[in-house]
Design a protein around this ligand. Structure first.
Ligand code: ADP
Length: 597
C-alpha cells in the first residue's frame, strides 16, 4: 500500500479574536456613529423647533399688534369726521360713520362719543338725553363699583352720549366716564398729549359676564384742533372724547381666528399696577381667552428648551405696553425627539444588518478557502495515492510477465495477491471520494432495506481478516434484540469497514479490535474499540474533516477520508457519531442510528 502521510492543511479560517475584533469594531463604530447622528439630529430638531416656536410667537405678536393698530386707527377716522364737520356731529351721523368699522372689526365692543359737560350744563344735557328717546335720562355712575346710580355733583362730567352699536351697550348711555379713576387717568393722558390713550384693565358697565377684562381707548376732540399752531398759540379747548370699547377676549380671538397655531399665552398690561396687570390667558385649543381663578403673575412661565429666556414679547399701542408670555410647555410644538429616536433606531438597525452581512461574508470567505483547500488536497492526494499504487501494479505485472516461466507458483501467487490488495485499496479510495462528492452535491441517496445486521457484521469481520497483522485479533459480539433491522446496507458497510480498518491500522501487534452491536427499542449502536495509538486531544475536534489526519500517525498509510465518509453516512441515517480517544490508550468510536425494525 502506498504511503500518503498527508500533512494537514493549515487552518485558514479567521481566528476567533480576529473575527470578534472585526465584529466588535463594526458594532462599536455603528453604535457610536448612530449615537452621534442621533445627537446631531436631536440638536438640529431642537434648533428647528426653537425657530418654529420663535416664528409662531413672532407671528402671533405681529398679528395682535397689527389688529390693535387697526382698531385704534378707527378712532383717528372718527376724529377726522369731527374735524370736517366742525365738531357738529349728530348721533345719526356718528352712527352712519362708524357702521362700516363695526362690521369690519368684530372685535370692537362699541364706539362712543363722550362730551365734557360742566356741572352748570348738566340739567340741559340731561334734558337733551331725553330727546334722544332712550330710557336713560340722567348721568350715571357706579355705586360700590357695581350698581348704576345718578352721578353725584362734580365740576364736570364726561358722559357717554353716542353709543354704537346700541344693542348690548344700552346701559353705557349717560355713564360718566370721569367717575372712574382708571378711565379718568386715560382721558387726562389723552387730553394732555392729544394722542390716543388706553386705560388699564376695566370691567364694562355693560358687561354681564364677570370673567372678562376690557379696555377703553380715548382720543380727545378739541374745539379748535389747530389752535396750537396759530400765532400766538391759543390754548386748546376740550370738547370731549371719541372712544373705542374693547373686550380683551374679543380682540385676541378675532385677531387669531385664522391662525392655526397651538401655542398658549398670557397677556399682561405692563403699564398697569402689579395687581392689575393680568389681562387674560389664551387657550390655543379652544381659541378662547379665559380668566383663571388664580391668574399666574408675570414672569412665572416655566423655562423650556424651546425658549430658554422668558418667552416674552411686547405690544405697544395708545401709550400702553402689553406683554405676551408664551407657554412652550402646553400645546405648541411637539417636544418628543422623534427624529433623533428614529435616527438612533435606524442607525442601530443598519449596524445590525451590517454585522449580519459581515458575518455571512466572513463565513462565505471561509467556505471558499475551505473549498479551494479541499481541491488542492484532493489533487495532491489523488496524484500521490493513485500514481504510486498504479506504478506498483505496473511493475508487478511486468515482473510477472517477464518471469512467469521461471517463478515458482508461490512467487507468482504473492505478486498476484499484491496486485489484488493494491487494487482493493484504490477501489476503496475511489468509493470514499465518490461518497463524499455525492454527499457534497446532495446526491448521496439512502436506500434502506431489511438487513440482518449480525450477519453483516460477521461477514465484514471475515472479509477484513486478511488485513490483520500477525498477533492482531478482530473480535465481534452482537447483542441485538432482533438482528433484522431496516437500514441502508451500503452505507452501514462503509461505516463499519472504515472504522474497523482504522482500528486495525492504528493498533499495535499484538492487539485486539472489537466490533460490538447492541440495540435498545429506539437505537442501534455500532461500536468499534481498539487499544492502539489513539487520537491526540488537539486533533479530535477536526478529525472528521476530509484529509485531516492525526499528527501521531507517522508513516501509517491513509488518506484522511475514512472518518469523513463515516460521518457523512451516519448523518444520512440521521444518527450520531462520538469518538472517545486518548493518545497511547486507544480509541472507541460509537455510532448510534435510529432503529426501525
Ligand atoms: P485515514 O485513516 O485514511 O488517515 P480517516 O479519516 O479514517 O483517514 O482517519 C482520520 C485520522 O483519524 C487518521 O489519520 C488518524 O489520525 C485518526 N484515526 C482514525 N481512527 C483512528 C484510530 N482507531 N486510532 C487512532 N487514530 C485514528
Amino acid at each position: 500500500m502506498s504511503k500518503y502521510s498527508g500533512r494537514n492543511r493549515e487552518d485558514r479560517r479567521l481566528s476567533p479574536i480576529a473575527r470578534y475584533l472585526t465584529m466588535g469594531l463594526t458594532l462599536g463604530c455603528g453604535v457610536v456613529l448612530s449615537i452621534a447622528m442621533a445627537l446631531w439630529v436631536h440638536r438640529w430638531e431642537q434648533l428647528s423647533r426653537r425657530t418654529q416656536f420663535q416664528q409662531q410667537t413672532d407671528n402671533l405678536t405681529t398679528t395682535l399688534q397689527r389688529n390693535l393698530n387697526r382698531y385704534t386707527d378707527v378712532l383717528l377716522g372718527i376724529q377726522d369726521l369731527y374735524r370736517v364737520a366742525d365738531n357738529q356731529v349728530t348721533a345719526a351721523m356718528f352712527g352712519r360713520f362708524v357702521q362700516r368699522a363695526l362690521v369690519s372689526y368684530p372685535g370692537i365692543q362699541a364706539l362712543e362719543w363722550a362730551p365734557q359737560i360742566e356741572a352748570r350744563d348738566r340739567t340741559r344735557y340731561e334734558q337733551d338725553l331725553q330727546t334722544l328717546g332712550r330710557s336713560i335720562t340722567t348721568i350715571t355712575e357706579r355705586q360700590d363699583g357695581d350698581r348704576l346710580i345718578p352721578a353725584g355733583d362734580r365740576p364736570d362730567y364726561v358722559p357717554v352720549t353716542y353709543v354704537e352699536p346700541w344693542q348690548g351697550n344700552e346701559v353705557a348711555l349717560g355713564y360718566d366716564l370721569a367717575s372712574d379713576p382708571i378711565r379718568l387717568a386715560a382721558m387726562h393722558q389723552a387730553r394732555d398729549t392729544g394722542q390716543l390713550a388706553a386705560t388699564g384693565r376695566i370691567r364694562l358697565v355693560q358687561e354681564t359676564a364677570n370673567d372678562q377684562f376690557s379696555f377703553l381707548v380715548f382720543l380727545p376732540i378739541y374745539q379748535d384742533p389747530d389752535a396750537s399752531q396759530t400765532s400766538p398759540p391759543s390754548p386748546k379747548i376740550l370738547m370731549g372724547y371719541v372712544l373705542g370699547v374693547f373686550r380683551v377676549a374679543d380682540v385676541v380671538e378675532e385677531s387669531l381666528q385664522d391662525l392655526s397655531y397651538t401655542t398658549n399665552f398670557r397677556l399682561y398690561d405692563l403699564t398697569g399696577r402689579p395687581n392689575q396687570q393680568f389681562l387674560g390667558q389664551y387657550d390655543a385649543l379652544s381659541q378662547q381667552v379665559r380668566i383663571p381663578p388664580t391668574p399666574a403673575p408675570l414672569g412665572t412661565v416655566a423655562r423650556s428648551p424651546l425658549c430658554p429666556t422668558p418667552c416674552r414679547q411686547t405690544l405697544t399701542f395708545a401709550q400702553r405696553e402689553w406683554a405676551i408670555e408664551f407657554d412652550p410647555a402646553i400645546g405648541g410644538i411637539a417636544t418628543f425627539p422623534w427624529g433623533a429616536t428614529a435616527t438612533l433606531v435606524l442607525g442601530l438597525l443598519l449596524t445590525a444588518s451590517l454585522l449580519l452581512v459581515l458575518s455571512r461574508s466572513q463565513a462565505e470567505v471561509e467556505r471558499t478557502h475551505e473549498l479551494s483547500d479541499l481541491k488542492l488536497r484532493f489533487f495532491s492526494m489523488a496524484s500521490h495515492e493513485l500514481r504510486t499504487p498504479l506504478s506498483i501494479i505496473l511493475v508487478s505485472a511486468q515482473s510477472l510477465a517477464a518471469n512467469y516461466t521461471v517463478w515458482t507458483e508461490g512467487q507468482t501467487l504473492k505478486t498476484v495477491e499484491r496486485i489484488q490488495t493494491i487494487t482493493k485499496g484504490m477501489t476503496q479510495l475511489l468509493s470514499d471520494i465518490l461518497t463524499l462528492a455525492r454527499a457534497e452535491a446532495k446526491h448521496l441517496d439512502i436506500a434502506p432495506e431489511i438487513v440482518d445486521l449480525t450477519r453483516l457484521g460477521q461477514q465484514l469481520v471475515d472479509e477484513l481478516q486478511p488485513e490483520l497483522r500477525p498477533g492482531q485479533v478482530l473480535k465481534f459480539e452482537s447483542h441485538l434484540t432482533s438482528p433484522k433491522v431496516y437500514l441502508d446496507p451500503k452505507l452501514v458497510r462503509s461505516i463499519l469497514v472504515n472504522l474497523l480498518s482504522n482500528g486495525i491500522k492504528y493498533s499495535p501487534t499484538p492487539g485486539q479490535i472489537w466490533l460490538r452491536l447492541t440495540s435498545t427499542a429506539t437505537t442501534l449502536t455500532l461500536q468499534v474499540q481498539d487499544w492502539g495509538l489513539g487520537i491526540p486531544a488537539a486533533a479530535q475536534t477536526r478529525i472528521c474533516e476530509p484529509f485531516y489526519r492525526g499528527q501521531n500517525v507517522g508513516d501509517i498509510p491513509g488518506t484522511g477520508l475514512g472518518l469523513a465518509v463515516v460521518k457523512t453516512c451516519v448523518e444520512r441515517h440521521q444518527g450520531t457519531l462520538s469518538i472517545h480517544s486518548q493518545e497511547h490508550q486507544g480509541t472507541t468510536v460509537t455510532v448510534c442510528l435510529p432503529r426501525i425494525d
